[in-house]
Design a protein around this ligand. Structure first.
Ligand code: SIN
Length: 282
């Protein structure tokens, strides 16, 4: 087994993994240790990885089946790798708001890994938040209120023909598409038990959650906002700065993420692979 070190980020989520070459160190022992670390920390950050598309696919497949993204353009010749790109003349980025990938699916994605190919000289960071840590820091009274609630999620308002970016004619052509395929709706417990760590996690997000089962919008919206403000508190978050070769691997059942859009006029290209997950339980 290779000798690698896992150092907590020092923020509210995530850990840095040093001393590992993801193109070569993929023994079952290593991937088992990384899986446990992911459950523990929510996001794993790696630096200076020389991964080809085949190498990133091989790494991802150690953790499960790859999800072929319905809406993102993919890397030429590699449908398994979604291209997360912003060109110098584009203003809209992908993922520029707090969200968790694929909560609209009935068996939502386990995790996603983003590999930095080209990064702007400044900016273009990604923020992460721990939905497990956020659960822990709620009061016991509020935790009781959440028991038994189910939240509703959808892909329609984000990726469908009526999505805001489509209506506003934003510059996403060639990057996002296939709007007619945005038909996914799902219901999940508002608090889930994390399948790896057994920790409780608040499973709602501003991107894809559209309500609470059995509640009116007037009731659900302010209630969800309390949770969103709580999860986004600085003490639950970490802001990761990219360089070419960096890779972040996050657990979608334990985190939110937010791609900061502060690098207009520069190019940023990332390769993202998402790994299939399972139905979630309270
Ligand atoms: C995403 O939401 O997957 C994109 C994150 C990023 O580009 O930093």
């Amino acid at each position: 087994m290779s000798n690698f070190e896992i150092q907590p980020s020092g923020g509210g989520v995530g850990a840095f993994v040093d001393g590992i070459d993801l193109a070569n160190d993929l023994s079952d022992n290593v991937t088992g240790a990384l899986r446990s670390a992911l459950g523990e920390h929510g996001v794993l950050f790696f630096r200076d990885q020389k991964l080809t598309p085949e190498g990133q696919i091989a790494f991802a497949e150690k953790f499960g089946e790859i999800n072929v993204n319905r809406f993102f353009a993919h890397v030429d010749g590699y449908p398994q790798i979604a291209q997360v790109l912003k060109e110098p003349d584009q203003t809209k980025n992908i993922g520029g708001g707090w969200h968790t990938d694929h909560t609209y699916d009935t068996a939502p994605a386990m995790g996603s890994m983003l590999h930095a190919i080209e990064t702007p000289p400044h900016g273009g960071d990604t923020m992460y938040a721990s939905t497990c840590r956020a659960y822990e820091t709620l009061s016991d009274g509020f935790k009781k209120t959440l028991e038994g609630l189910n939240a509703l999620h959808s892909s329609r308002h984000v990726f469908g023909p009526q999505a805001r970016y489509v209506r506003k004619g934003e510059d996403t052509a060639g990057r996002l598409g296939n709007n007619e395929a945005a038909t996914q709706d799902s219901t999940h417990p508002l608090v889930i038990t994390h399948p790896i760590s057994g920790k409780k996690s608040i499973y709602v997000n501003p991107g894809f959650t559209i309500g609470i089962e059995g509640w009116s919008d007037a009731e659900a919206e302010p209630f969800l906002k309390i949770l969103y403000d709580h999860i986004a508190k600085p003490e639950h978050t970490y802001r990761f700065q990219w360089a070419p070769g960096s890779l972040a691997f996050w657990d979608n059942r334990a985190t939110w993420h937010y791609a900061v859009n502060d690098y207009h006029g520069e190019r940023r290209l990332m390769h993202r692979i998402t790994i299939e997950g399972e139905a979630l339980a309270a």
